[in-house]
Design a protein around this ligand. Structure first.
Ligand SMILES: [Zn+2]
Length: 361
């Protein structure tokens, strides 16, 4: 039996582990020890991704949650009220994504204890998700054979099924002018002035239903009496539509070139597509299967499209059809973060359905 109180204990143990992005080792140790109880060895790669394989019947199924969190989590104090866990609001909770990890660990515990027939499992716990899907991007996918799977890493209930997400282009570097004394502006090239014109020339915010542009960082200059030599810029374009992603990126490049032409500036700005968008068709058999699984645990499926990048982007890019589902957390990345234990249990029940059903059908 899936055990709700055991799930809660696993979750609480996990959120007490201070293992923010790039410092995942304490989580690696915990998860490896957890599986070692059942004589299942994990394979940890250089990026602290951990892969476990559990044999079974039928087609292999890929399961994922990420083991890092944002900060801060040190010294966490938990509170529980009406089945909802929060902190004392001096730290985040880390339900994103310890809830997903807990659901997988409880499901595995159940499968092993009752020796139920289930699909072969390829369980990947990823590192550094929160700082740009770094673990997922560096994982060696030749180690996997599964062609479909599920990531437990969305807010809200398990009925939240993320079927599409954005691709992402980072735009990072400097606009470079020429320094001069403010009294001799004709000898300088004003980087801040050029940068401000560049920013005004590009869209910022929601461009279409599927595309966003954001200017996130802008800093430069050294003194009020100096023509600034350079300005550092960090921008991004994200879109669920690769064509729109390309068009907006090209437009930004063109606007930058126009500004250089007008002001005599140059730049060191790098445009890098970090990952591609993905979209799973509603008729995809795996999506239909997940939807049926959600119904089978008594919830109404709510397929939705996301504007945030996620590990599932990388998995889909690598040929594994992966949807992301909710695992009960809310207000992630904030000190008001919470986890609804009933929803976390539902996510675990959904996982059990998906792991077991195909093996016996
Ligand atoms: Zn997450």
């Amino acid at each position: 039996m899936l055990d709700k109180s055991r799930l809660q204990q696993i979750f609480e143990d996990l959120v007490h582990i201070d293992a923010v992005s790039t410092n995942e080792q304490p989580m690696v140790d915990f998860v490896v020890d957890f599986f070692a109880k059942y004589d299942i060895a994990g394979e940890v790669d250089d990026h602290k991704n951990i892969l476990f394989k559990i044999s079974g019947t039928g087609d292999p199924l890929f399961l994922n949650a990420h083991i890092d969190t944002v900060e801060p989590t040190a010294g966490i104090v938990l509170k529980e009220h009406d089945g909802v866990i929060t902190t004392d609001e001096t730290t985040i909770l880390g339900g994103d994504d310890r809830a997903g990890v807990a659901a997988i660990l409880e499901c595995v515990t159940h499968l092993i204890e009752v020796a139920v027939e289930h699909r072969p499992l390829e369980i990947l716990f990823t590192a550094q998700e929160e700082i740009g899907l770094i673990g997922a991007r560096h994982f060696d996918y030749s180690k996997l054979t599964a062609t479909e799977g599920i990531t437990l890493d969305s807010d809200g209930p398990a009925s939240n099924i993320i079927t599409a997400s954005v691709g992402y282009v980072s735009i990072v570097g400097e606009i470079i002018g020429k320094a001069a004394h403010a009294a001799k502006p004709e000898e300088g090239v004003h980087a801040i002035y050029a940068a401000s014109e560049f920013i005004q020339s590009i869209p910022c915010g929601k461009c279409t239903e599927e595309t966003l542009v954001n200017v996130g960082v802008l800093n430069g200059g050294v003194a009020s009496n100096a023509v600034p030599e350079s300005v550092h810029l960090t921008c991004e374009v994200r879109s669920r539509n690769q064509q729109e992603l390309d068009e907006h990126t090209t437009n930004i490049k063109e606007q930058l070139a126009l500004v250089h032409k007008k002001h005599g500036t140059t730049d060191t700005i790098a445009f890098t597509q970090q990952f591609a968008p993905f979209a799973m068709d509603e008729s995809h058999p795996w999506l239909q299967h997940v939807i049926a699984g959600v119904r089978s645990i008594g919830l109404i499926p709510e397929p939705q499209k996301s504007l945030g990048g996620m590990d599932a982007n990388i998995f889909n890019e690598n040929g594994i059809a992966v949807v992301t589902v909710g695992c009960g957390y809310r207000n992630m990345h904030s000190k008001q973060e919470s986890v609804n234990l009933a929803e976390l249990f539902d996510a675990t029940r959904l996982l059990e359905q998906l792991v077991v059903r195909e093996a016996v059908s």
